[in-house]
Design a protein around this ligand. Structure first.
Ligand code: RNT
Ligand code: ZN
Length: 414
């Protein structure tokens, strides 16, 4: 008996079907963020990263051109099992023949190569307007700025991005998730918390006035509690973004680095699913702060996956990754985080939720706890390896050698 066959039997004895779990997982798209590949720099400006987010580390081999970035992503895709999407930020516009345009004037054609790349890889595209690392960010403000010129510029950017998102959906035939996140905030305790939020609301209203097909484009709004240099106040707080999303019928997005340290997104998932048809996630790992470490196979990642699965919400949650680590090989960073999310979803699909739920309903917390702890050591690794093989991705540690070889032959020569 192979180790997979043994694992299959073991899970079957708990009423769990490993074949069905693998098949289900194969069709759940996880969106991979292009910005891990070049430390969130992009191609459209020479500005340093701003907006209260930061990459640390100086590992050699960063992608510096569209060709390099796409080649690196392509390698990562080959090492990650399951269904994927390409997540692009507006600052990754590709200008050709010496042309450059402002972010308020970007057009679908500036993303043509991303569409080709997504099609070549048989994937959909997600999109993000880029409200940071740009001279039009004034006093740390964009859509909430008191300067009407600044606000107007960024409103036009948001609208341009909706048109691009719709172009992505039309071209790929797969709906595009377009996520709005602004860094706006204050380092010091503000004198007025209200006016910036009123202006942010008005700006969002103006952006959403751009017509778009709601079957093709899902607009999400991401909240945040603080940023580097923006410690005392963020305009797009949790309450603001959640209220706005609900009222306007757009989709709330939770990034698990964006809450107070003892809050967990896993608990918020069923709360938001109660009121929203769809919700969106940025899965990340904050170490002591919103540090955007590579996602690990840790308790909270597993708990997030469990909530999605046991709420029967794999079709209702847009799963994307969002982190940026410049201290390790950047392709490895993608592969590790993406594989961990896939692994957590597989573990969630192979958890006897019905039995545990029964325990809870019957207030049998002894068995609920005891079984939860026992299930943690079921032979998931054998099913995971089988899943990787079936998906045409390397099982076990084989992928690491491929990244090592690529580092020597490609990345180290940059
Ligand atoms: C920042 C947000 C946001 C960005 C990306 C690059 O804290 O998480 O999602 O990380 O847009
Ligand atoms: Zn995020």
């Amino acid at each position: 008996m192979t180790s997979y066959e043994y694992a299959k039997k073991k899970y079957a004895s708990l009423g769990l079907d490993t074949e069905a779990a693998m098949e289900r997982l194969m069709s759940v798209p996880v969106s991979m963020h292009c910005w891990q590949g070049d430390d969130v720099i992009g191609f459209d400006s020479r500005e340093a990263l701003s907006g209260g987010i930061q990459t640390t580390g100086n590992y050699p081999g960063r992608a510096t051109t569209p060709d390099e970035l796409m080649a690196d992503m392509k390698l990562a895709f080959s090492l990650i099992p399951g269904s994927k999407k390409v997540n692009v930020h507006a600052c990754y516009a590709i200008f050709e023949d010496g042309e450059t345009v402002g972010r308020d004037k970007i057009e679908p054609r500036h993303f043509r190569r991303w569409v080709e790349f997504a099609k070549e890889n048989g994937m959909g595209l997600d999109f993000n307007p880029t409200f940071f690392s740009h001279p039009m960010v004034k006093d740390n403000l964009t859509l909430s700025s008191p300067d009407e010129k600044v606000r107007e510029y960024w409103i036009e950017h948001g609208k341009a991005c909706i048109r691009i998102a719709e172009y992505f959906a039309n071209e790929t035939g797969i709906p595009c998730v377009m996520n709005i996140w602004i860094p706006d905030g204050c380092k010091e305790v503000p004198a007025d918390r209200y006016s910036p939020r009123l202006r942010f609301k008005d700006s969002l209203d103006k952006i959403l006035a751009e017509p778009y097909d709601k079957e093709k484009v899902y607009i999400t709004l991401e909240s945040k509690v603080f940023g580097i240099g923006l410690e005392s106040y963020t305009v797009g707080s949790a309450e603001f973004c959640l209220s706005y999303s609900t009222i306007k019928g757009i989709t709330p997005l939770m990034d698990n680095g964006h809450y107070h340290p003892t809050e967990v997104v896993s608990d918020k998932i069923p709360a938001l699913l109660t009121f929203n048809d769809k919700i969106a996630l940025h899965i990340t790992r904050g170490v002591r702060w919103d540090s955007d470490h590579v996602v690990a196979y840790d308790d909270e990642t597993r708990e997030i996956a469990k909530e999605i699965v046991r709420c029967n919400a794999l079709d209702r949650v847009f799963i994307a990754l969002d982190y940026f680590d410049a201290s390790i090989n950047r392709v490895a960073a993608w592969v590790i985080g993406m594989r961990n999310v896939q692994k957590a979803l597989l573990a969630a699909l192979l958890t006897p939720h019905a039995r545990l739920r029964d325990c809870q309903e019957n207030a049998d917390f002894t068995h609920m706890f005891a079984l939860t702890e026992e299930y943690k050591t079921l032979p998931l690794g054998d099913v995971w390896d089988e899943y990787c093989r079936r998906a045409g991705a390397p099982a076990g540690t084989e992928w690491i050698e491929k990244v090592d070889a690529y580092e020597v032959s490609v990345q180290s020569k940059r």
